[in-house]
Design a protein around this ligand. Structure first.
Ligand SMILES: C[S@@+](CC[C@H](N)C(=O)[O-])C[C@H]1O[C@@H](n2cnc3c(N)ncnc32)[C@H](O)[C@@H]1O
Length: 490
């Protein structure tokens, strides 16, 4: 079957998700940590290449009403879905077009943030070259590029299964069937020997990773014709040739050694050149995927210094093992990050910060507000403690406050996107950057929270057994970041 990339995406739509680590306000925070002066996210111009149905770009446009968003994708069904949502929300600061990235040019102007998630490793070489040309010509002088790509050495394992799956499914036109058959081959191979070998264990692990994903993702990620992973240093060289300099990873913790032997972490930290340091980190952890941030090559990317944390905002949605802990008690407390990493700390300032941020999530706090809540902690201890938490993925750094309401008020109002999504299904996008599954009758409640209904009306219209049950539901809407503050930010 001759491979046609447009037809492949038309046959099986790639499921889109919100990718919060691509949010311009978060990229700006990471750049500031490195001494850069990125364009303020609140009033920036953003381009997303391969934006699909705007799963990320639409929530970002809602968050930043004074910024301007443009997304292109060659999948017309996905763009039509996105355009429909934009029209339903009445958003005026975002536009999505069916367009090949190859058609972007001078007339499109320049952008402060260029986002490319899940694209550059999956396109033919001439399209990849053109993406780098877009970065070179379409980025404003202080702008940032976010790009995800597959890396070696980890991607060798995918190469192993891809080659065999491609051969096994070469005559199957229906790509969903092909994906199923390809996975069946891996299952057969991984169970084919009397005793497990390194080979069968590898195939089993690869298969487990596919089973966890959407079949449509397997169609494109495992069976797509083009797949070009890079060693980190190779990608940095290509970016360098396009006039870009590496800044860091988003999320930031991806750029930091996690869970290694102390002497290995020390060895890595002794490598002066950040590119070499990152490359050896990939060798150590067998990395297969990166989400990198680049700026223009002429800018100075400085090592992170903790005092720069003072200019940022923070949030944390990690969860402590021990619900009630006393930071002053000097006990070890284990926290679980949203991605399931478990981190234990005995550090009283770290515990105190997390207890405050968790208790207020999804709110964000700035440095003075946090310090006010921790009057005993010397200011000079606070910034290093915050940086150590960022290193371990226990907090997120921001540059803008979210448009969320922390209390339901007289006539509660859900985010317009949440309301629309709740009318269609159970998955909604929170103002804290998460996809949330809501159950009945919470879904029904969210679908009608348009700011005109009092609690009495809501109780009459919806199947809540009591006023207390409705109050609890509204509280959980607030805690999940689903309630909207309609006042546009300054
Ligand atoms: C793997 S999906 C990623 C979608 C989205 N960025 C995400 O991460 O959820 C790749 C997207 O790139 C689009 N695409 C591929 N080649 C393209 C091109 N040459 N021009 C525009 N879009 C392209 C596909 O249609 C598809 O929607």
């Amino acid at each position: 079957v001759p491979y046609d990339q447009i037809a492949a995406y038309e046959q099986v739509a790639y499921p889109t998700y919100l990718h919060p680590m691509t949010h311009p306000e978060r990229l700006a925070a990471l750049a500031k940590l490195h001494g850069l002066n990125p364009p303020p996210a609140a009033r920036c111009r953003v381009l997303e290449l391969g934006c699909s149905d705007g799963g990320s770009l639409i929530p970002f446009a809602l968050d930043l009403p004074h910024a301007e968003f443009y997304g292109v994708d060659l999948d017309d069904a996905a763009i039509a879905r996105g355009q429909h949502t934009i029209a339903a929300l009445g958003l005026r600061n975002i536009r999505l077009d069916v367009r090949n990235v190859l058609d972007l040019g001078e007339a499109d102007g320049q952008f402060d943030y260029i986002l490319t998630h899940g694209l550059i490793g999956w396109v033919p070489p001439h399209v990849r070259d053109y993406l780098f040309a877009i970065y070179r010509h379409r980025l404003t002088p202080d702008g940032l590029v976010y790009v995800s790509y597959n890396t070696y050495p980890g991607s060798h394992f995918r190469d192993l299964s891809r080659g065999m799956m491609a051969y096994h499914t070469r005559n199957i036109a229906d790509r969903q069937v092909a994906a199923g058959q390809g996975m069946a081959l891996l299952k057969f191979l991984s169970a084919s020997q009397a005793e497990p070998t390194l080979y069968t264990m590898l195939l089993e692990t690869e298969l487990a990773g596919m089973v966890d994903r959407d079949l449509a993702q397997v169609v494109h990620d495992e069976l797509g014709e083009f797949h070009q992973p890079f060693y980190f240093h190779e990608f940095v060289s290509l970016a360098g040739a396009a006039g870009l300099r590496y800044v860091t990873e988003s999320p930031y913790a991806d750029a930091r050694p996690q869970g290694l032997k102390p002497e290995v972490t020390q060895m890595l930290q002794s490598i002066g050149d950040p590119i070499q340091r990152q490359q050896y980190l990939d060798f150590i952890i067998c990395r297969r995927f990166r989400r990198s941030v680049f700026c223009r090559a002429g800018l100075a990317v400085e090592p992170v210094r903790s005092e720069r944390m003072r200019a940022l905002l923070y949030s944390s949605n990690c969860v402590a093992d021990t619900p009630e802990f006393d930071p002053a008690a000097g006990q070890a407390v284990t926290f679980e990050t949203p991605l399931g990493q478990r981190v234990t700390t005995t550090h009283p300032t770290a515990q105190a910060i997390l207890s405050i941020l968790q208790g207020r999530f999804p709110q964000r706090l700035d440095f003075p507000a946090l310090h006010n809540l921790l009057p005993e902690t010397p200011e000079s201890d606070l910034a290093p403690a915050l940086l150590a938490l960022l290193d371990r993925d226990l907090i997120i750094v921001h540059t803008v406050f979210p448009r969320l309401a922390t209390a339901a008020g007289e006539t509660p109002l859900a985010s317009p996107l949440v309301r629309l999504q709740a009318q269609q299904g159970a998955e909604v996008t929170s103002l804290a950057g998460a996809q949330v599954q809501v159950e009945e009758p919470l879904r029904q409640l969210l679908a009608v929270l348009d700011g005109t209904r009092t609690r009495a009306t809501l109780l009459r219209e919806l199947p809540f057994p009591s006023a207390e049950a409705l109050d609890r539901a509204l509280l959980s809407c607030a805690q999940l970041g689903l309630l909207f503050d309609p006042a546009p930010p300054a």
